[in-house]
Design a binder for this molecule. Structure first.
Ligand SMILES: [Zn+2]
Length: 286
């Protein structure tokens, strides 16, 4: 949120997940998530579809100062949110590779952690789902919200590289719930302007090149470009959000790490409940 390094904000932290015998393995393959952008030729269509599905997605930015400013198409694409509408809905989920029922069920159950408070839930289908999951190489990633509808049916909308029943439970909390947040339309919390301002670009280029093999362009796109203020509904930046990366003090200007979330926290749940109101009173299990 800011440079405050007192212990005051620690009370809101999620307790660290219980270590498992596989924790070392998880650490050795600590992949940073990439928020996938639809191909350029589909971006305008994706933005139009997002607004058609949910008019609130349209850019809210009013021109500042005198005169009318016409937004360029690319600006409209960037400024258009990808939230699903407020009506309760179920998104179908399928798996690209042959996946045992216990693993399918475990993944979907973590996706539905959001559904304990939000009016969107996930249900498996034997056909091509709206959410399509692959566990092939390529790291952890997802497309954003309604953009998943633009992706050809034979391609995944979410990648959970090498997830198996042996993957630690903590990784299901940290990764599956995070990627599902993207599917719900939530961008990366660390791209809030207040948090981006704490990152030293040169250190970030070097660190992401060394740890993730990312080019400067990818670092710019995934880490250093602040979110448009109109897309974030005025909630305060929250570095404990499930949607926030863990970033080391080595790349921040103040030397303090950005803690990053390891599970959905109360702020995340409150935000999800506010934009996806749940009409039914049936509460799920978190
Ligand atoms: Zn992400």
């Amino acid at each position: 949120m800011n440079n405050d390094k007192s212990g005051a904000s620690d009370a809101a932290r999620i307790p660290a997940p219980t270590p498992t015998p596989d924790a070392r393995l998880a650490t050795s393959r600590d992949l940073a998530c990439v928020l996938k952008v639809v191909p350029a030729e589909l971006q305008r269509k994706a933005a139009r579809r997002a607004v058609a599905l949910n008019p609130v997605n349209a850019p809210l930015r009013e021109p500042v100062g005198a005169g009318v400013v016409v937004l360029e198409p690319q600006q409209i694409v960037v400024l258009t949110s990808r939230y699903w509408g407020p009506a309760e809905r179920q998104l179908t989920v399928s798996f690209l590779e042959a996946t045992d029922a216990d693993l399918r069920g475990r993944i979907v159950s973590h996706m539905n952690a959001w559904s304990s408070v939000a009016g969107i839930s996930f249900v498996e289908t034997g056909d091509a789902g709206q959410v399509r999951i692959s566990r092939e190489p390529g790291g952890y990633w997802s497309y954003l919200g309604t953009d998943i509808l633009q992706i050809p049916e034979d391609q995944q909308t979410m990648n959970l590289e090498a997830f198996t029943m042996d993957t630690p439970e903590s990784e299901y909390h940290r990764v599956v719930r995070h990627e599902t947040g993207h599917t719900l339309g939530f961008p990366h919390e660390h791209m809030r302007a207040e948090l981006v301002a704490r990152i030293d670009p040169d250190k970030a280029y070097q660190w992401f090149a060394e740890t993730q093999g990312w080019s400067r362009e990818v670092v710019d796109q995934q880490v250093l470009t602040p979110l448009d203020q109109s897309s974030i509904f005025g909630t305060p930046p929250d570095e404990d959000s499930i949607m926030c990366y863990q970033l080391p003090g080595a790349i921040t200007t103040d030397g303090q790490p950005i803690r990053g979330g390891t599970d959905i926290n109360q702020t995340d749940y409150d935000f999800a409940a506010s934009i996806y109101p749940k009409v039914s009173s049936l509460a799920g299990v978190r």
